[in-house]
Design a protein around this ligand. Sequence first.
Ligand code: AG3
Length: 282
Amino acid sequence: MRTADSWFIEVFDGKAGGLSFYIDEVLYEKQSPYQNIKVVRNAFLGNIMLLDDLVMLTDKDEFFYHDMLVHVPMTCVDNPESVLIVGGGDGGSVREVLKHPGVRRVVLCEIDGMVIEAAREYFPALSSCLDDPRVEVVVTDGIEYVKAHRNEFDCICIDSTDPIGPAVGLFSIEFYGSIRDALTDRGAMSAQTESPAWSLDQVSSIVKNMRQAFGNAYPYLVPVPCYPSGLWSCTLCFKQDRNPADVFDRDRAELVSQRCRYYNTDIHRACFALPNFIKQAL
Ligand code: AG3
């Protein structure tokens, strides 16, 4: 963490710029076998989780990201009952999945138990859903877990860190291939796929890997104010290719969006519209 006084800066890619905010208090700091975990407090943003000094979530803006990572794929699958979240030990994605009435089972597969521990203490609004009887928390490597499961999940959301350190394998063609096999025939996957504004090459190579494994990939946009550049992307893939607009369950989306602060049916339709510089790169 670079601090000048008590400022945190998420330095962008070694370049001379980044995203900064004042740290009012460091609440938690531990080194896990996988990464450095910090929870800091900022009076305006609330509690903030940093993994290896990258912003994972803030109380103030986590809903932009979790709404879009989860509700877009969940409303593009017919009656999703069984759902897997890879990563996302904070519980934010699980909380959103549970808003869908037909869900019977959610598996959270997080490699780092200490992320869950930190979230249980400092992000109760996200992590308390992990006690829901429909939720199964598995602390293990997502790559191994997914390989061992076939035709089992109607929806899989990859709520990972950036493609560095422990998460590199979560962006590979092989991993996307196992995700595809772990999905039921009507199933879909979503993944966080980095910033098209600052890291367009990265976005395009991730999407390319997905297309290789799935034969389809539909990137969509979500603003996340506390991630570098503020403009972020997720990507949707189907086990059997479908047009996202045709399979969209508008009624369920309407119902769920009554409990969302970002997601609604207008946003759902609009998020697949990409600006030219992204279209050209993809
Ligand atoms: N997942 C992390 C998204 C990537 C953020 N990257 C960054 N700040 N450089 C967030 C986990 C929330 N459930």
